[in-house]
Write a protein that binds this ligand. Sequence first.
Ligand SMILES: Nc1nc2c(c(=O)[nH]1)N[C@H]1C(S)=C(S)[C@@H](COP(=O)(O)O)O[C@H]1N2
Ligand SMILES: [Mo]
Length: 406
Amino acid sequence: MKRRNFIKKATLSSLATIIGVDIVFGANLTEGYQPLALQKPDPFKLFMLDDEMVVLNDKPWNIEAKAHLLDDKITPNSKMFIRNNGKIPVDIDAKNWTLTIDGESVKEKRTFTINDLKTRFKQHTYQLTLECGGNGRSEFNPPAKGNQWTIGAVSCATWTGVRLKDVLDFVGVKKDAVYIGYHAADTHLSGDPSKEPISRGAPMHKAIQEETLIAYKMNGKKIPLAHGFPLRLVAGGWPASVSGKWINRISVRNIEHDGTKMKGTAYRVPKNPVAPGDKVKDEDMKIIESMPVKSLITYPKSGAIVKKEQAFEIRGHAWAGEFEVAKMEYSIDFGASWKACNLEKPENRLAWQHFSAEIQFPKSGYYEVWARATDSEGISQPMLLPGWNPKGYLNNACHRIAVKIK
Ligand SMILES: Nc1nc2c(c(=O)[nH]1)N[C@H]1C(S)=C(S)[C@@H](COP(=O)(O)O)O[C@H]1N2
Ligand SMILES: [Mo]
């Protein structure tokens, strides 16, 4: 019988680097042995997350924030939800990464390196709100399959890159273009290389908006791996599934893009209200576009206990897809009456807006603070769950926190 080989010194030292400390009896390990510490990667270390983030799924990774973690005006990496449909690409070589623009409706297919993009086109920076279409899914009944997001699948980071519009202008788009679709380097959970985990897109009017970026930076630094390093499409205000991560190809289509997760119940909702649990015919479904008006109280944390004589401030963010938030109100009497919050203007279009209010409570006891945003079209958040739909999308019900006044 062949004697098994012991581990190589170099392998051992690289293992030790990943684990963070020396493997004391490492010389006894045989070649190919995977230390337990590496078999189940710790997502908090792997993605550098705040330790209060909530892991909903590890295959693929889906991780959400809690409301109070989203208190920052600009969401840092450590508190940003992660939503993956497949496996995160490995061994990314950013230097040789390319983005190809192709499809029926380009005049000529072209390929750019990241450096080409940076040197040929003007750079732009925007704060952009990205909310998963399924944020709030956990409340629907009958329940919908998929990650049971509560409220934390939303972020607003600063994204830097070039405008997709400038790139498309340079390449040349034919008159019959109706949609763009992205393709990316993540791989299908099944391991089948012919399957894409997701390949979504947007109609031309969204693709050529000023704020629609091909981004290479998030919050001023290179994009974290989980969020699309080295290149990401960012289309704020629409379901975040439109914002393709790890993109290497954008196709300009003469039809509505027909990539993975564009059809059936994926990111689609009934055109008209349906009863909970109803089967909905395919032709009665429509693609989710601009996300509905919504808000989140990020301070204090639900469950706060405050002395009556203490000043009580709430704060949070509100957003409304393509629209601006025009009004922000709070209620401490379960929605019987509403008072105005201070509401800031967005930093730019498609960025969330900050609100705050000083609240006076009439006497000690248990209260709930409810927050309600109204968009520039006059549409408000529903107090409770909005229309049921097969996949549990678009729950924009008012956020509520519990408070005890002592
Ligand atoms: N290539 C690729 N892009 C993707 C996804 C994915 O699985 N693969 N998930 C999409 C979905 S459904 C959402 S909600 C957002 C999540 O972005 P984040 O993980 O950076 O927060 O990325 C989108 N872009
Ligand atoms: Mo999503």
